[in-house]
Design a protein around this ligand. Structure first.
Ligand code: ATP
Length: 202
């Protein structure tokens, strides 16, 4: 079984995430794609993060249209800092081929993650980024060479234009009451409004 994994904070999940996940699913003909909200993302330790319940609910709404896609609470149930190598170890199995999706910003830090050698042994790493942008594309190719030389494994690039948006940008927009319909799906926007998340001003 080809199993895709896409982890993150997803606060909130936006069209950049959804488009990347849909393209990942299609490009690798995944049998299943798990969206994995982190309990405590290692790069956001000490940062005040929205409750896992709200992030999980928003992920369910955001990714509902992608066939074979499910939201997994594996990291939330484990609790503590969410290390990807632990998640991949839990998901690995004899008949499972793992694919791990990440954006270029995360890919460029992969060498600093806990046990990158284990991550690259357990999964094919798939990085989504601006491959045609000379700066981003060159940095990604250089990092791929460096990681492969150090740890081996398989690293592929997702060949699709990136939707330029981040959750940080959207949290600010929501807080100031601006229109976010270009980047958030309607069900996610309604959920944020109903639950009064991110200090929505009315
Ligand atoms: P924040 O602004 O809060 O850091 P974010 O928008 O980067 O959030 P995360 O939940 O931290 O979102 O990211 C989850 C995963 O999605 C990471 O691998 C990240 O690189 C990737 N990602 C984030 N934004 C995009 C995008 N616009 N297109 C493709 N991948 C993205």
């Amino acid at each position: 079984m080809k199993l895709g994994v896409f982890g993150g904070t997803f606060s909130p999940p936006h069209k950049g995430h959804i488009n990347a996940a849909a393209c990942f699913q299609k490009a690798f003909a995944l049998d299943k794609l798990l969206i994995v909200p982190a309990a405590i993302p290692p790069n956001k330790a000490g940062v005040d993060i929205l409750s896992s319940r709200h992030r999980t609910e928003m992920c369910k709404l955001a990714f509902a249209g992608i066939p074979g896609c499910e939201v997994s609470t594996i990291e939330l149930e484990r609790g503590g800092t969410s290390y990807t190598y632990l998640t991949l170890s839990e998901l690995s199995g004899e008949d499972v081929e793992l694919f791990l999706l990440m954006g270029s910003d995360m890919f460029l830090t992969l060498g600093t993650w806990r046990k990158p050698e284990k991550i690259l042994r357990l999964a094919t790493v798939v990085a989504a980024g601006r491959l045609n942008d000379p700066k981003d594309g060159e940095a990604m190719k250089r990092e791929r060479e460096r990681l492969l030389a150090a740890y081996g494994g398989k690293i592929l690039f997702l060949d699709k234009p990136v939707t330029e948006v981040s959750s940080t940008f959207l949290r600010d927009k929501i807080a100031s009451g601006e229109d976010t319909s270009e980047w958030l799906t309607e069900p996610v926007r309604r959920y944020i409004e109903k639950e009064k998340l991110y200090d929505v001003q009315r």
